[in-house]
Design a protein around this ligand. Structure first.
Ligand SMILES: [Mg+2]
Length: 208
């Protein structure tokens, strides 16, 4: 059995990470609206979602004359080195992955984003230890998905409903689960369904 996981908002608490990462800028007294606006320009408009800290800094540098880019880059290196990344994944995530490895299931992490930052998330959280493959895509996931042979019994776990629907067309027999860590909790940890797809907000509810 193959299980394909997404990284951001699925296994990784991206919102919390982003908040901690942007503290580097806030500690340098850069205003929130400048940080967010330059983030949107760099990441969403220009890079198609592939975030790069250095490029974000270059954008801020253009807006703020006294911005010390070198200090920000040092701050980034220290953040990566000193932060305990285990807080960005759910407590039971590693337990779940360990179990899947033991069962002999193949684990693939398929993520869209910037090469350096995704690799940092993958390695510093300890996720790297459990995955057979780690694939980073730039624009969309189709190039990688097209190379895969997936069928009945395999799983595709992702927070984005649109990516699930697109992938469903390629692999109609695969089981799709929408795992979105930001999704509101339902009373009694119930599982909801979105367009026929199981929707959960914790790996604890992923019954594989
Ligand atoms: Mg995601």
């Amino acid at each position: 059995m193959t299980i394909i996981f997404d990284l951001d908002h699925t296994l990784f608490r991206t919102n919390l990470f982003k908040k901690d990462l942007f503290d580097i800028f806030y500690n340098m007294k850069i205003e929130k609206n400048v940080v967010n606006q330059t983030y949107n320009e760099h990441c969403k408009k220009e890079s198609g979602g592939a975030y790069d800290f250095k490029k974000h800094c270059s954008k801020i540098e253009k807006e703020i004359d006294c911005f010390d880019k070198t200090a920000a880059l040092v701050g980034f290196s220290e953040f990566v080195e000193l932060t305990d990344f285990s807080k960005y994944i759910e407590r039971n995530c590693i337990r779940f992955l360990k179990k899947q490895k033991k069962l002999g299931n193949k684990l693939i992490l398929l993520t869209k984003g910037g090469e350096e930052i995704q690799r940092i998330k993958f390695e510093k959280t300890g996720l790297a230890e459990f995955f057979d493959e780690f694939l980073i895509c730039k624009n969309n996931k189709f190039q990688e998905l097209n190379k895969m042979k997936l069928g009945r019994g395999d799983y595709f776990v992702n927070d984005l409903f649109s990516e699930i629907i697109e992938t469903m067309e390629l692999f109609p027999k695969v089981t799709f689960v929408m795992l979105d860590l930001n999704r509101k909790k339902l009373p009694g940890d119930k599982i909801s369904f979105l367009g026929g797809v199981e929707a959960i907000n914790s790996i604890d509810l992923l019954k594989i």
